[in-house]
Design a protein around this ligand. Structure first.
Ligand code: UT7
Length: 338
């Protein structure tokens, strides 16, 4: 485990802060009972093994950029920021509208954020927190003032709907945050991110890139869909998220007792329970919404953050820990004083 030197974004009288959050999920609800109709599974199996009851599926013609823009508009509205004030848009996704232009550029067009430099990052489910760290660095280094960070995925477009091992787990959605310096000491206190490419094949999409370009044969073998070794992914999720949580807390000089709320990646309730046990934190401190949305990849932690923010789960001055894990492997954490 590498120890990250990246820590504080505080300056004497100001701190890089999240000044607005937003999220969006598509209207269509796909319940466990609906999935029972096309693969051999049951509501009982899905609920007891994952905690997921339903997930949202994007409409025909509704792309990652459309969901991302809706989440971004809500975050900008809460932040009181106009599209012209956005200097950079960083979007974490593994389901871009197109390989290029980037989905962030598509979002820029929809928002009319004409002054923004835009790019995507590929860190799977960790994409949103990786983007928060990049945004924090840009602002701290005075590269720019206002950054729009988005996690958005349309996993329904890369799921093999005949594979019961994976299709029950995922959903579509987007979450966003606006970051900028704010007077005072509240804001993003620590960020940590790490990767281990040796585990790349436990959760990946083998086809579609230059290694295995799309051919009729590859599509017939479903190589253009998500493949996962569930048990190994489960194990690595617990190991990496508990390590990332410990490092972020150490860097912040805090203990779990100082935290009001923990917002974890929303993949499986049993992973969150195991994390709570390792961290010796009551499960009630974790914000969980995977029962309603499933695993929305890069969007998951961002949607949960927005939900927790808007529902008053934490107040000004409270400490919040975000911790994620995803394909790559990638993992990340951040302590924020709200
Ligand atoms: O963003 C990060 C991405 N992913 C994750 O974090 C996922 C991590 N992994 C997991 O959440 C869990 O490993 C799963 C939910 C995917 C699977 O749960 P598990 O308890 O690890 O089950 P398993 O893979 O060990 O499979 C147990 C049994 C198998 O049957 P046999 O071989 O014991 O007869 C599977 O074929 O459950 C079967 N199974 C199902 N049965 C009904 C697998 N999927 C299903 C299903 N419905 N949907």
């Amino acid at each position: 485990m590498k120890k990250s030197p990246r820590a504080r974004s505080r300056q004497p009288n100001r701190t890089v802060s999240i000044i607005g959050t937003g999220s969006y999920v598509p209207e269509r609800v796909l319940t466990n009972a609906d999935i029972e109709k096309f693969v051999e599974t049951s509501d009982e199996w899905i609920t007891s093994r994952t905690g997921i009851k339903e997930r949202r599926i994007a409409a025909e013609g509704e792309h990652t950029s459309h969901m991302a823009a809706k989440a971004a508009q809500r975050a900008m509205e809460q932040a009181g920021v106009t599209p012209g004030e956005i200097d950079v848009i960083i979007l974490g996704t593994v389901t871009p509208d197109t390989f290029f232009p980037s989905t962030a550029c598509h979002v820029q067009r929809i928002l009319g954020a004409k002054n923004a430099a835009c790019f995507d990052i590929s860190a799977a489910c960790s994409g949103f927190l990786f983007a928060v760290e990049i945004a924090q660095q840009f602002i701290t280094n005075h590269t720019c003032n206002t950054v729009l960070v988005i996690g958005a995925d349309k996993l329904s477009s890369i799921v093999n709907w005949e594979d019961r091992n994976t299709c029950v787990l995922f959903g579509d959605g987007a979450g966003a945050a606006v970051l900028r310096y704010r007077a005072g000491s509240h804001g993003v206190i620590t960020t940590y991110m790490a990767s281990d490419g040796n585990y790349g094949e436990i959760l990946h999409m083998p086809g579609g890139g230059c290694a295995l370009p799309i051919t009729r044969d590859n599509v017939d073998q479903r190589l253009n869909t998500l493949h996962m070794n569930g048990r190994e992914t489960f194990k690595q999720a617990i190991i990496s998220m508990s390590a990332a949580a410990t490092i972020a807390l150490e860097q912040a000089g805090l203990t779990t007792d100082d935290l009001t709320c923990i917002i974890p990646h929303q993949a499986n309730m049993r992973i969150i329970e195991a994390l709570a046990e390792r961290m010796k934190v009551p499960l009630g401190k974790f914000h969980v919404n995977l029962d309603r949305y499933g695993n929305t990849s890069a969007a998951a932690v961002a949607i949960a953050l927005d939900e927790a923010n808007r529902s008053g789960r934490f107040q000004l001055g409270d400490y919040v820990l975000l911790v994620v894990f995803g394909g790559g492997l990638t993992y990340a954490s951040s302590v924020i004083q709200w």
